[in-house]
Write a protein that binds this ligand. Sequence first.
Ligand code: NAD
Length: 267
Amino acid sequence: MSQFDLTGRKALVTGGAQNLGAAIAKALADAGASVAIGDLKDDVGEATAASLRDSGATAAFVHLDVTDEASWNAAIPQVVEKLGGLDILVNNAGIEVTSLLADLDPDALRTMFDVNVVGTSLGIKNAFNAMKPGGIAGAGGAVVNIASVAALIAFPALSGYSGSKSAVDRITRIAAAESGALGYGVRVNCIYPGLIANEMGLKLATDVVEIGLFPDVETAVGGVVGLTPLGHLGEQQDMANAVVFLSSDAASFITGTGLAVDGGMGS
Ligand SMILES: NC(=O)c1ccc[n+]([C@@H]2O[C@H](COP(=O)([O-])OP(=O)(O)OC[C@H]3O[C@@H](n4cnc5c(N)ncnc54)[C@H](O)[C@@H]3O)[C@@H](O)[C@H]2O)c1
């Protein structure tokens, strides 16, 4: 069997209702995993889980607000019951607020940190407690956090987002150290996706035009491509493939690190 095969593994993807999270859920299912989607968007998430089931996968939806401890406490037992365990958590839920420091809205900044930093941290907490010896899943596993190339570069108007994703980067390394020191049996890594031409990525491009940093969206996207050695934007599937790798036994000696999936932009 391929080291990349995930047959028998049970995965939860936060923010998995749409876009990158849905692509990650599909890639994990294609690799053989049973998948639960956790998201605020019940209708969209249910539909995404149904489409995975239509393609032959075992898939379920659970309502989850990653910022809310009580929501995690309700969701994790549901996932373990629906899938029969939990071996993989992908902390994908995230939001992006574009703003110059001079115009910063503190409430928007706090909300973004709540989702991106507190949400990811609560995900790790709940994964550790479920997966470690004696936990309700109890068989160890892998956590993959979705950071961003914004954690690696200095792009105007991304201070808050970059700060939140840099926090995800550091939290990943400390989580791996704690898991190792305390014998949880959970590997923890992150990926740094480059800009994707999906809703969030295109909104960012529109925002930087509105802020006055670029004359139009085409030039803004061209600016990002110009900073990318491979010369084009990445696709959601490129990011999802890296998550499958880090979740699999092919990455069994990899923990506490980050994998840039950015065409070389952050190098
Ligand atoms: N799109 C890009 O260019 C890009 C680049 C680098 C990194 N990322 C990261 O990838 C991840 C996914 O981004 P996307 O482009 O699919 O964005 P998206 O906005 O399409 O998807 C985010 C998902 O997270 C969910 N979500 C938001 N807050 C939540 C909460 N509190 N609890 C549970 N779910 C919540 C949303 O409902 C949505 O389904 C994010 O962490 C984002 O920061 C995106």
